[in-house]
Design a protein around this ligand. Sequence first.
Ligand SMILES: Nc1ncnc2c1ncn2[C@@H]1O[C@H](COP(=O)(O)OP(=O)(O)OP(=O)(O)O)[C@@H](O)[C@H]1O
Length: 253
Amino acid sequence: MLSLSQVSKSFALKDGPYTAVDNVSLEVKTGAIHGIIGASGAGKSTLLRLINLLERPDMGTVTVDGKLLTELPDKELRQQRQRIGMIFQQFNLVGNATVSRNVAIPLELAGVPRAGRIKRVQECLQFVGLADKANHYPAQLSGGQRQRVAIARALANNPKLLLCDEPTSALDPGTTADILGVLRHINDSLGVTVVIVTHELDVVRSICSEVSVMESGRMVDFFSRDEAGFLPPGSHSGSYRERITGRTGEPYV
Ligand SMILES: Nc1ncnc2c1ncn2[C@@H]1O[C@H](COP(=O)(O)OP(=O)(O)OP(=O)(O)O)[C@@H](O)[C@H]1O
């Protein structure tokens, strides 16, 4: 479903270039819930933004659902991007637009006619359990409800891939569990592949089928729930692998 090959990204800083993502390769199969974990500044969000080309890689290739995004002309890239949903820590809703209008925006951008938009907005709001909030504004909703609206908006164009940048970091533990339940449901019932950037080990332990670990822009480890077994939520010490699986292992190169 998703393949990154030797992807790098540097930013020009005052004292010279800074490499945020350094020669990263990654394969994510259809149906996975893939976690990307690592310390602050490791390059996780930048890597996520490279997947839908919100950031252009300096080097390397990005393939999503068989399309080599890094080679597509702009118009085709815009079309392919519509099949990649994204949600953020701070929800990024349009504050002066109602819930239904927020969900309708990506449909308008995709050129869906009005009747189709109305139907799809209703479906998406029903899916996230917010049909009764269609005419509310974001400021009238709780954090968890805002994230549900953001999820409904991300689902509007039937994405095959959902990118989540710290989706629960602004939420309390109960609401976090709730939103993780929605993400699991999207994966199970719609077959959407999910990539989640997080620094929360419990998010990984709760829903991820596999994890990659980033450190200083590089991918330093990869393991799956099937192969390693994940511990239940709770605090443990050691490397990311030890804390998630309870076991040590050979670092991935
Ligand atoms: N647009 C940018 N311009 C300059 N530097 C940037 C830019 N985007 C990211 N960086 C730098 O790249 C590094 C990696 O940032 P990134 O946000 O990807 O890390 P992260 O692992 O997601 O961290 P966090 O968990 O704190 O969000 C950081 O040092 C950051 O300051």
